[in-house]
Design a protein. Structure first.
Lengths: 195, 232
């Protein structure tokens, strides 16, 4: 049972698979939550890490997300896409967690420079790591970009997960790209001058 | 800096995602906590049933109020006033109920952001009422306003309490927004009842006592939601 479950996880998580596993979760199939946890947790953890969470905070948020998913699993509608439902909950857990710890400011301002390099900062090719780059974005843009590029959600799915419209998501993504492009160009220029 | 460079960074992030995966122990712990408390659940009712539930509650409260107080308002209005008032109220009720149901289901599709929707509903009702009715000086202005505010707020409170039993079945991710929407829905119940029973067509009375009740209900709902969110 365990090896066949693992094989199914490793064979890919098509949305159809996820939908089916969610329906089985609602029917109390014990394999279903195990499959979903293993299939979705890596992307969720990356989502939390990209929102300026430490590894420890991200792990806590991941646990809390799954507990909340468990409590509200009856609100998933069989046949509807799973990812927007999961990410809407994850997003809210993150917001509640930060508010609870009084760390989210309602009036964040975007940083105009890329912050000082943390320990694991550059990737191969000398470019800043993803977390470093998105740290310079406003929260809303950072969230949208992470869901699109790291979690692999579509525009429609991101819109659903963020309780927004596709148009608003496109606008945020466009602005995020523009800001990142500007910051990267400045970063590259600075490095060239230092060299 | 080209978009390709940005996409390359994102691709690296995806590769890094695998390397930065949750530990097996962590996943095991999560899985154990969930499966130790695993029971079958009944999926949330279809949106149509939820919509009917909210509308049914509103209709019940309005009917009870009309039975108790009467239909003086309907008799006092002309066809244009009655038609316009109840059309805008009906549309507002449908939109508000739909918005509330979407808030019960995480990841629901949204055609418009909720904040502008609620604001738009309030504004539309205000403008329609301001356009349809005229100032009619009334020596008993405050007495009558107080009566309508009391009756309307009571109707709104009853609607809000009954609606809570439907609302709690969902997954309220944003209590303050859900509270404001539920409050608005309760306020729409109040104003509908008031427009049916109240024969006072003075625009100042309508905007103060009727529209004012709707504002009170919306703010009360938002406040309750804010408190609930602060306690999470």
């Amino acid at each position: 049972m365990e090896s066949s479950l693992q094989e199914r996880i490793e064979s890919g998580q098509s949305t159809t698979n996820l939908d089916g596993w969610m329906a089985r979760y609602q029917q109390a199939d014990p394999d279903a939550p195990v499959f979903l946890v293993r299939a979705l947790s890596p992307a969720l953890l990356q989502f939390f890490r990209a929102q300026l969470s430490t590894r420890e905070q991200a792990d806590d948020l991941l646990q809390e997300t799954w507990l909340r998913i468990h409590r509200v699993r009856h609100t998933y509608r069989p046949g509807e896409p799973v990812l927007p439902w999961v990410y809407a909950i994850a997003r809210r857990v993150r917001i509640d967690g930060y508010r609870r710890k009084r760390r989210i400011s309602e009036h964040e301002t975007a940083m105009e420079i890329i912050p000082e390099k943390p320990a694991r900062d550059t990737q191969s090719g000398g470019l800043p790591a993803f977390e470093t780059l998105v740290a310079a974005l406003p929260e809303a843009q950072r969230e949208v970009l992470t869901m699109l590029k790291v979690s692999g959600l579509s525009l429609e799915e991101v819109a659903r997960a963020t309780s927004s419209t596709v148009g608003a998501v496109k606008q945020k993504a466009h602005r995020a790209y523009e800001r990142l492009r500007t910051l990267l160009q400045a970063h590259t220029r600075d490095e060239a001058e230092e060299a | 800096m080209k978009r390709d460079d940005l996409d390359r960074i994102f691709d690296q992030a995806l590769l890094h995602q695998t390397a930065d995966a949750p530990s097996a122990a962590s996943l095991e712990q999560i899985g154990s906590r969930i499966t130790s408390n695993l029971k079958p659940v009944r999926p949330l009712a279809a949106s149509g049933y939820l919509f009917a539930a909210f509308i049914g509650i509103m209709a019940l409260v309005v009917a009870a109020g009309v039975y108790r107080i009467g239909t003086g308002g309907l008799s006092a209005m002309n066809a244009l006033q009655a038609g316009s008032v109840f059309l805008v109220l009906l549309l507002s009720i449908v939109l508000a109920a739909d918005a509330l149901i979407r808030q019960m289901i995480p990841g629901s599709r949204r055609w418009i952001s909720q904040g502008p929707l609620l604001t738009g509903i309030l504004l539309a009702i205000f403008l329609v009422f301001a356009a349809l009715f005229r100032v009619q000086p009334d020596p008993k202005f405050w007495t009558e306003a107080r009566w309508c505010l009391t009756a309307g707020t009571l109707a709104g409170a009853i609607t809000g309490v009954l609606s809570w039993f439907v609302l709690r079945r969902g997954a309220i991710l944003s209590p303050r927004l859900a509270g404001a929407t539920a409050g608005l829905l309760a306020g729409l119940t109040s104003i509908t009842l008031q427009e049916i029973y109240c024969p006072n067509l003075d625009v100042l009375h309508i905007l103060t006592a009727h529209f004012g009740t709707m504002l009170i209900c919306t703010l009360a709902g938002a406040t309750i939601g804010f408190i609930a969110e602060a306690r999470r």
